[in-house]
Design a protein around this ligand. Structure first.
Ligand code: NAD
Ligand code: UGA
Length: 473
């Protein structure tokens, strides 16, 4: 090999940087991997027994490599300057101010990382975009690096990440594909090969797709838009199911049996959440608008609109079912994370549902097996789009919302409640003792299942009034 890679550095020790680098370290024992971050508390946690993110299987991978060929450090400049390949996996939130506010990606963190790389580099480097970025970002990064390079050769690659939270380790071990985009120059192709060699340690070569830079950047936005679009499609159908007596699970099953459509990602829900779908679609919409393509922009915008509609519809259903008022009524919220098997609450639909209910003066008692009170209070106090900006990584002022009570058990949450809302599909919610819950609730006892996890017939037999998304009432 012309480029013998020995050192990798990843800027950003978050949900993507941490797990991705841990798996590279595990699969490539001869490569030294350093994950760096400006957040001292995050790095401290990565070096402790309580990792900063909850992800099944992650502890084991980190334990096997940490201190051997996997290091977590705040010494960003040292590790960047020593590395042959620098991954950049910093946050790329939605802009909250200025041009493109509420839509465009905020590349402040990315740009400052790029400038720092240019400042500290003394040897040639491959710089890899791991963060999800607008198409053409590599061009901007190239400009920043090359205009400050002092003669050093920088090759930019786009290597977007497709892992999903909750299944990150599985996804990284066995990806559907790895995508690498680079310049169509000899230097660009050599860089692609070097990164391909890293993944080829464990990913079959026919799953490593190499493209030009812009295709790689855009494919990431496209993939997330297609995935989210499936959820909005099935959620749109769920409203029609409720109006007609069709059952959305039966419709999904029947539709998904068509091999051209496929069965995955057709679960109707209270709405999709997570740090990326909305952000990336807004970003795509903005790019379309900037390129003079309003029809295309409006097409994708609709995916977000249906998602917002689904959350609002759910809140309206709760309030209208409970005799048009939830004022002063205790409502149990089961699940706050944006999906099961994660403690992540970024853009979780639970925030919008809880805010909607609080707006109607409900008293909320919230339980999630992986989310604590401080985080829930902070999420409910935050403005839209602010969550991904560092100021909110600092502890907030202790003014907590008094209508919100966070407990560590589903039975405590539901005791004396008028209604129960299931907002995350945690497995444990399937096997709760619903007779016991019913006995301890006010009557009539309502259940609003935003994830279709409960057995409605069984619950109705107990005496509950049950509403499940997209199911006959
Ligand atoms: P994150 O917020 O968990 O992690 C980003 C980290 O970067 C933070 O810890 C922050 O402190 C650090 N950082 C910011 N600026 C820095 C700088 N200049 N120097 C050093 N560290 C810096 O974000 P994430 O969820 O890991 O996402 C990162 C990127 O990956 C985003 O672009 C996201 O769209 C994309 N992505 C995320 C997922 C996911 O499941 N979360 C999946 C695929 C792609
Ligand atoms: C998603 C993509 O699945 C990843 O491929 C991508 O890398 C990632 O975004 C990203 O770019 O950040 P993630 O958001 O972690 O991953 O989780 P998903 O499993 O996609 O779930 C997203 C949301 O959609 C969750 O709220 C989930 O409950 C909801 N969902 C998912 C549904 O409502 N119905 C479904 O059928 C599937």
């Amino acid at each position: 090999r012309i480029l013998k890679m020995v050192k990798i550095c990843c800027i950003g020790a978050g949900y993507v940087g941490g797990p991705t680098m841990a798996v590279i370290a595990l699969k490539c024992p001869e490569i030294e991997v350093a994950v760096v971050d400006i957040s001292v508390s995050r790095i401290t946690a990565w070096n402790s027994d309580a990792l900063p993110i909850y992800e099944p299987g992650l502890d084991e991978v980190v334990k096997k490599c940490r201190g051997k060929n996997l290091f977590f450090s705040t010494d960003v400049e040292k590790h960047v300057s020593e590395a042959d390949i620098v991954f950049v996996s910093v946050n790329t939130p939605t802009k909250t101010q200025g041009l493109g506010a509420g839509k465009a990606a905020d590349l402040t963190y990315w740009e400052s990382a790029a400038r720092m790389i240019a400042d500290v580099s003394k040897s040639n480097k491959i710089v890899v975009e791991k963060s999800t970025v607008p198409v053409k970002t590599a061009e901007a990064i190239e400009k920043i690096l090359n205009h400050n390079s002092k003669g050093i050769d920088f090759q930019i690659l786009s290597n977007p990440e497709f892992l999903a939270e909750g299944t990150a380790i599985q996804d990284l071990f066995n990806p559907d594909r790895v995508l690498i985009g680079g310049r169509e120059t000899p230097g660009g192709q050599k860089a692609i090969e070097a990164l391909r060699d890293v993944y080829a340690h464990w990913v079959p070569v026919d799953r490593i797709i190499c493209t030009n830079l812009w295709s790689a950047e855009l494919s990431k936005l496209a993939a997330n838009a297609f995935l989210a679009q499936r959820i909005s499609s099935v959620n749109a159908m769920s409203a029609l199911c409720e109006a007609t007596g069709a059952d959305v699970s039966q419709v999904s099953h029947a539709v998904g049996k068509d091999t051209r459509i496929g069965p995955k990602f057709l679960n109707s829900s209270v709405g999709f959440g997570g740090s990326c779908f909305q952000k990336d679609i807004l970003n795509l919409v903005y790019i379309c608008e900037c390129n003079g393509l309003p029809e295309v922009a409006n097409y994708w915008k609709q995916v977000i609109k249906i998602n917002d509609y689904q959350k609002t519809r759910f809140v309206n259903r709760i309030v209208s079912s409970m005799f048009n008022t939830v004022s002063g009524k205790k409502i149990a919220i089961l699940g706050f994370a944006f999906k099961k098997d994660t403690g992540d609450t970024r853009e979780t639909p639970a925030i919008d549902v809880c805010k909607g209910l609080l707006g109607d003066k409900a008293l909320l008692s919230i339980y999630d097996p992986q989310v604590n009170e401080e985080q829930i209070q902070r999420d409910l106090a935050m403005n839209k789009f602010d969550w991904d900006h560092p100021v909110h990584l600092q502890p907030m002022s202790p003014t907590s919302i008094k209508q919100v009570n966070v407990v560590w058990d589903a039975y405590a949450a539901t005791k004396d409640a008028h209604g129960v809302c299931i907002l995350t599909e945690w497995d444990e919610f399937k096997t709760l003792d619903y007779q016991r819950i019913y006995d301890n609730m006010r009557k009539p006892a309502f259940i609003f299942d935003g994830r279709n996890v409960v057995d409605e017939a069984k619950l109705r037999a107990i005496g509950f009034i049950v509403y499940s998304i997209g199911k006959p009432l």
